[in-house]
Design a protein around this ligand. Structure first.
Ligand code: GLN
Length: 192
């Protein structure tokens, strides 16, 4: 199995470390040719305006869209979720529109822009997941084909899945808990 990690900007090294610790081969993706022979792709957190601009500059938009439309497994975290969204509000991001969700960027305001919570994620088991939020978005609206995986106690949806595309508002690569990565790898293996 080989997983690509979009390495244009943001927290891609952290995702590669998690994959390494799980014994999974990974490759940094910056060019369209590097999308070949992959079994899945991670789009990391960072700054979605920058990532989408670089996606266009490196001519990755069309091949990524084609892969996503063809049941290719993709895991988007934080800015990665915004990049994949159908619509992103709060600042102008030209998101890719592969996922039927509307996200609100920087949704938790400036006062509380970073925090950690123990999040109930039923698909990961009983143990709550330590979710690290950094200037995070949340999902404001989602289509019928989107499965809700987790929401905060006061309501906002922060993890979801549509087919083989998985998204989280938070950064699972910044904690020691690798269950979200393992869940994604199960999707890649066709077991999830
Ligand atoms: N605020 C960033 C954005 O809008 C996302 C932050 C993150 O990925 N941690 O793109």
């Amino acid at each position: 199995m080989k997983i690509g990690v979009l390495a244009l900007q943001g927290a891609f090294i952290e995702h590669i470390s998690v994959l390494q610790s799980l014994g999974v081969e990974s490759v940094e993706v910056r060019l369209p040719g590097e999308l070949k022979d992959l079994d899945g792709l991670i789009i990391p957190g960072g700054e979605s305006t920058t990532i989408t601009r670089l996606v266009d500059l490196f001519q990755l938009r069309e091949p990524l869209f084609t892969l996503a439309s063809d049941s290719f497994p993709i895991f988007g975290t934080c800015a990665g979720m915004i990049v994949l969204a159908g619509e992103a509000v709060n600042g102008s991001v030209n998101s890719m529109g592969v996922l039927d969700i509307k996200v609100k960027r920087n949704a938790f305001g400036r006062q509380v822009d970073s925090f950690q919570v123990d999040l109930e994620v039923p698909v990961l088991g009983k143990e709550p997941f330590p979710a690290v939020f950094i200037r995070a978005p949340y999902i404001e609206k989602m289509g019928r084909d989107v499965q809700l995986l987790a929401r905060l106690k006061d309501g906002p949806v922060v993890a979801a899945r549509q087919g083989k595309i998985l998204v989280t508002s938070f950064h699972p690569e910044l904690t020691r808990d690798n269950r979200f990565h393992r869940y994604f790898l199960d999707i890649v293996k066709g077991k999830g």
